[in-house]
Write a protein that binds this ligand. Structure first.
Ligand code: DGJ
Length: 741
């Protein structure tokens, strides 16, 4: 048996090595055994060291074309306590041989052996990078590391494929997608934390010895932390300095560890969360990890986020039929959403009344939220029963959809397909379909349980109801909600040793359903919502056109949330609704123009009870929506510059967006609360063409008397703009556009 596997290994090695050694994105030097990848302004270099391990050599600004590296040499040991193995920055290190830092892979073999030492085996150049095969020094466990470089941004996509070619099963207890290394230095770690209604707090701390764990153990991405990090050399700075960043494309339990190791070097390891993990691979079986994207910018946190935004727009987000320009999906339609106006108390009449007012405002899409299905009156019942409630909609959805179309909008609908209320026909029929441990309590949250989407019958049911809904009705958009985290994550159809596969299979089936729906209903767009921003990551964004960042729609809170959100995600996907004042969460009162300007920094929506808006409010909203339509592409797909941060009680804040050819800029200014009569500071813009002439137009608010109506980019960037003396008070907002003459 072992012989067969040896031949297989040789075959892989020979077959793969016959390939050319250079592509435009990856070069392999057979003499030094060094792989070098270049893209954008970035080089990434790693090689086979003299011991046979795959060792990281360099990640940062682009090196000269002729710059070479000698063969990698392992780091020396540090006395008898830290061996060379634990000190060497490996690309994908197995837990074995006395490793004390975070392993990329940890397995238990059938005989109880828990020692895994991965050495280089072979490589194969691919169209966008390289696949490198590692193998345990003794046993037939292979890991194929995939590297793909985006030539424009230098963002590298890394993932691993773990293959068991042993004659016995192995259990994978920990599997990262990739590990990233940086040399010893002084660094600031940035990551995003929060809670329901308080997502997207940018958390910054100096990296110190030891490990910082950023994770979700919840079965889905989570509000509490987001799978993104950025490490800045030195202290935080938005426009200057080296920043290394990464984001995991996974919507299940995940973990990123950022470690300053025993020699002060940095290692970032991320992938499946090892907590409660145990994936059995039978002989011949394999496990694919999610993709861990990583990038570098020499232009501070702002530069890093701009690279990510463009990458997401070009390579992550779905590109739909009719998007036209292939490089970018269309800007999102301006939507109306019924949730904060009618709650679950939806009816044909109240939705039609809202639709009429929405159309009068210039809204493009009308979305009916929760409450239209099953016996849904409150959150106690109905989830799982995806038929139209006959009392609320006696003639089905058609009359409402027709009305919405006749008003010139398209129609969207709320669903929460992975959930079930115990008070539902579905649960009464299939109580075994939920995540559970037989004989144990089933913990409810919001009176609902989680369907076990890993089960083939549940997957088929969920796909079936959604497919029918989209086939029977002219629906352009689904708001796909997910309102709780997992508990009792049992999958009792499988043998006890296999049940933990649920962490992977659930998410794979979620992606599978979304992919199948996209195939069958290619025009239907998706919003990923999880009680706000509980499921935002680069995995779901391959299927979702937009996300709902937070249930907190307070326009002032949103400024800081949007500030954090856009470090990791493009404003294109950041839905932002204008809702009623005083706000339900903070009881804060704000003017309508302040609320609209705060929402205009992302993809604009209206979520207020507009049947109560007076003529003046209708006119203000109509005017600003029309202005927004004109500059939306610059706002959501341009270069974002954070001019003044709203964090830490800042009196003022400001953001600017510049389109790609620098022919247009839009900028927003906000006052939190004027103190001691201080006016808004002179605002110097960024990213314009210094030589071009730009005309200034107010969207809302007035610049200081004497401000030129036209001036050079150099003027706007060096001299800057002063606001009029009236721009003072609490929760004030202004916005302007600059257009190249
Ligand atoms: C949570 C979402 O975040 C809200 O916008 C709304 O859709 C409710 N669920 C509906 O139950």
């Amino acid at each position: 048996m072992r012989k067969i596997f040896a031949v297989f290994a040789l075959f892989i090695a020979l077959g793969w090595q016959l390939n050319a050694q250079t592509t435009s994105l990856c070069h392999f030097d057979a003499k030094t055994k060094v792989f070098r990848m270049d893209g954008g302004n970035v080089s990434y270099v790693f090689g086979v060291n003299t011991r046979g391990e795959l060792q990281q050599l360099y990640w940062g600004g682009k090196l000269g074309a002729t710059d070479d590296f000698p063969q990698a040499t392992p780091m020396p040991g540090w006395a008898s306590f830290d061996s060379s193995y634990t000190n060497t920055p490996e690309e994908y290190v197995g837990w074995g041989a006395g490793l004390y830092v975070e392993p990329a892979l940890k397995v238990t073999f059938a005989d109880g052996t828990r020692d895994l030492v991965l050495h280089y085996d072979s490589y194969k150049l691919t169209p966008h990078g390289v696949d490198v095969v590692l193998k345990d020094i003794k046993r037939y466990v292979f890991v194929i590391l995939h590297y793909e470089m985006d030539p424009a941004s230098g963002i590298l996509a890394r993932s691993a494929n773990i293959v068991n070619r042993e004659p016995q099963p192995i259990t994978v207890e920990q599997a990262a997608a990739a590990a990233w290394s940086l040399p010893a230095g002084h660094y600031t770690l940035n990551y995003l934390t929060g809670r329901w209604a308080g997502e997207w707090t940018l958390t910054q701390e100096t990296l110190k010895p030891g490990e910082r764990v950023i994770e979700s153990r919840r079965g889905s991405t989570g509000h509490q932390a987001n799978p993104w990090f950025a490490i800045q050399a030195g202290g935080p700075n938005d426009e200057h300095g080296d920043v290394w960043f990464g984001a995991l494309a996974w919507s299940g339990s995940w973990r990123i560890t950022v470690e300053q190791d025993q020699l002060d070097a940095i290692r970032v390891t991320g992938g499946f969360n090892p907590f409660d993990f145990g994936y059995v691979l039978h002989p011949g079986q394999q496990l694919d990890t999610p993709i861990f994207y990583g990038g570098f910018s020499a232009h501070g946190m702002g530069g890093a986020s701009r690279l990510l935004h463009h990458f997401e727009i070009a390579h992550i987000l779905p590109h739909r039929v009719g998007d036209g320009d292939n490089a970018a999906p269309k800007p999102r339609p301006v939507i109306y959403n019924s949730w904060e106006a009618t709650g679950m108390n939806v009816s044909e009449a109240n939705q039609m009344a809202l639709a009429e007012k929405a159309a009068a405002l210039g809204v493009d899409r009308f979305v009916m939220d929760d409450g239209w299905f099953g016996q849904r009156k409150t959150d106690h019942a109905g989830l799982g029963d995806w038929y139209v409630n006959p009392q609320k909609f006696p003639h089905g959805l058609k009359p409402l959809i027709d009305k919405v179309h006749s008003l010139g909008m398209d129609f969207g609908l709320w669903v929460e397909p992975e959930m079930v209320n115990p008070d539902s026909d579905l649960y009464r029929k299939h109580p075994d379909w939920v995540l559970n441990f037989p004989g144990r309590p089933r913990s409810e949250e919001r009176n609902q349980l989680v369907l076990n989407l890993a089960r083939p019958d549940v997957r088929a049911y969920v796909f079936g109801v959604l497919d029918k809904l989209l086939t029977d009705n002219d629906i352009a958009f689904l708001k796909w909600d997910y309102n709780r985290n997992w508990s009792e994550p049992g999958w009792d159809q499988l043998p006890a040793t296999e049940q933990k596969k649920v962490y992977v299979a659930f998410v794979q089936n979620l992606y599978g359903i979304l992919a199948e729906l996209e195939k069958k209903h290619p025009k239907v767009e998706i919003e990923s919502c999880s009680g706000g921003g509980g499921r935002v990551d680069l995995g779901i964004l391959k299927y979702a056109d937009e996300v709902w960042p937070s249930d907190n729609t307070d326009p002032f809170d949103r400024l800081t949330q949007q500030y954090g959100f856009t470090y990791a995600y493009t404003p294109q996907v950041m839905m932002a609704w204008v809702t009623d004042s005083p706000h339900w969460l903070n009881k804060r009162s704000t003017s309508l123009d302040y609320r609209i300007l705060s929402s205009m920094e992302g993809s604009l929506g209206i979520g207020a009870d507009i049947t109560k808006w007076n003529d003046e409010e209708m006119a203000t909203a109509k005017r600003l929506i029309a202005d927004y339509h004109q500059v939306q592409k610059t706002i959501v797909q341009g270069e974002l510059y954070r001019l003044i941060s709203p964090r830490n009680g800042s009196e003022f804040s400001a953001n600017e967006m510049v389109n790609h050819d620098k022919s247009q800029a839009v900028f927003f200014l906000y006052i939190h609360s004027t103190q001691e009569g201080r006016g808004f500071p002179r605002l110097k813009l960024l990213g314009l063409d210094p030589k071009a002439e730009y005309a200034l137009t107010s969207i809302q608010g007035e610049a200081a008397p004497g401000t030129p109506t036209t001036a050079s980019g150099a003027w706007w960037m060096n001299h800057g703009i002063d606001m009029g003396a009236d721009f003072r008070g609490d929760f004030q907002a202004a916005a302007f556009r600059l257009d190249k003459k």
